[in-house]
Design a protein around this ligand. Structure first.
Ligand code: GLY
Length: 382
């Protein structure tokens, strides 16, 4: 990867890793058993205190600590990650609240532990998470159902969500682990369905698609966390870029790489004036709602695309990833050791004013994951 970077960029990456470790080695001590989603006065909140042990975001803090542990071998990070991984066992017991997001949670909370140590408890946790996800497959429609209940739709049995692309890696893992193609087959059915119904011909994405859950026939689209029907929620676009290239990495199916590239080209052309994404790429200019988390997650996808495309294509993706990460860091990063967050100006959804232009754990996670990749650390966590 270094071959495609300037000296200035290589120095910047080294500096970012240093900054991450300097700050997070303090934060990990004060947030060691928390599950942060947002911050209050720039200090981590804790979803489990508000009954949110099943929150879809609960893998990001242990995942961030695993990333830092792999890159530094500082035991404090490992202790935090393991504490959170164990606390998450309560989430399995709450069946009605387990959603399509088991991959986001346990691929990051238990996947790295199992990859590093081979311990059986982490293997079982990932296996349970994969089985829960697999049980959400609608075999007639060939899709994985989103949520159990949600205000977006009175009946979620036929609803699919672009985000699920990031949950598929735990199914690919289960197929490899158990030498059983069923999990991979379910993931491929869902990815094919997402390619057909969520990715528009122009490369933009639909966040939510609605189907008849008896026949699988598509009946509509919902605006979801973006501006509305027909708009383009930038974090959903990020899930398409990163999710499709991950499905390509795990299956070798070229159509997923092409889908990731199409989604990436749309993202790059929509963001390249400032390199700091708005929450939606098709919405009125006011109010100004940024979403840096979309930029950080997309950068991770672009780096993976750069790794797998032929030589003369690589520069496009790596350059866009660097432009985005450097712009976000320059304008919106906080390296003070007295606060818990790293990246500012992330947003939950277009209509959720209480969490807009704020600090969100997954912006920090994906920023760190991008730097981890650029430093050349392994394994791939997804
Ligand atoms: N997976 C939910 C979100 O991206 O907000």
């Amino acid at each position: 990867m270094k071959k495609y970077l300037t000296e200035e960029q290589i120095n910047w990456i080294d500096k970012m890793w240093e900054n991450l470790d300097k700050k997070l080695s303090k934060v990990t001590l004060r947030s060691n058993d928390k599950f942060p989603m947002w911050t209050k006065n720039h200090m981590h909140d804790d979803t489990k205190k508000d009954g949110g042990i099943n929150a879809w975001t609960n893998g990001f803090w242990p995942g961030l600590n695993w990333l830092m542990y792999v890159g530094t071998k500082n035991e404090d990070y490992r202790k935090t990650a393991e504490t959170c991984e164990k606390l998450l066992d309560d989430a399995f017991k709450n069946f009605d609240r387990v959603s399509h997001d088991t991959g986001f949670i346990w691929r990051l909370a238990s996947g790295p532990n199992y990859a590093l140590t081979g311990n059986d408890e982490s293997r079982v946790r990932q296996s349970l998470a994969a089985s829960y996800l697999m049980s959400r497959l609608n075999p007639v429609g060939g899709f994985i159902r989103a949520w159990n209940k949600h205000s977006f739709h009175p009946d979620c049995s036929g609803v699919t969500i672009i985000d699920t692309m990031l949950n598929l890696p735990i199914l690919y893992w289960a197929s490899r682990e158990y030498e059983d193609p069923r999990f991979k087959q379910a993931a491929i059915m869902h990815a094919d369905n997402t390619l057909k119904n969520h990715l528009r011909p122009d490369g933009s994405i639909r966040h939510l698609v609605v189907r008849d859950s008896e026949t699988g026939e598509v009946t509509g689209e919902l605006g979801g966390q973006g501006y509305g029907i027909g708009s383009c929620w930038s974090r959903g676009q990020a899930w398409a870029v990163y999710g499709f290239v991950l499905s390509y990495i795990h299956t070798g199916k070229e159509e997923y790489l092409d889908a990731a590239k199409r989604a990436a080209h749309y993202f790059i052309s929509a963001v390249c004036d400032t390199w700091i994404p708005m929450l939606d790429f098709r919405c009125p200019e006011e109010p100004v709602i940024y979403d840096t988390s979309a930029g950080c997650a997309t950068a991770c996808g672009l780096i993976e695309i750069a790794k797998v495309v032929p030589e003369y294509e690589k520069k496009l993706y790596i350059k866009a990833a660097m432009n985005m990460l450097m712009a976000i860091e320059k304008e919106h990063a906080d390296w003070s050791e007295d606060t818990d967050f790293i990246v500012d100006k992330a947003s939950g959804s277009y209509y959720g004013v209480e969490h807009q232009n704020e600090n969100i754990i997954y912006a920090d996670y994906y920023f760190a994951e991008a730097i981890y990749k650029l430093k050349g650390f392994e394994p791939l966590f997804w």
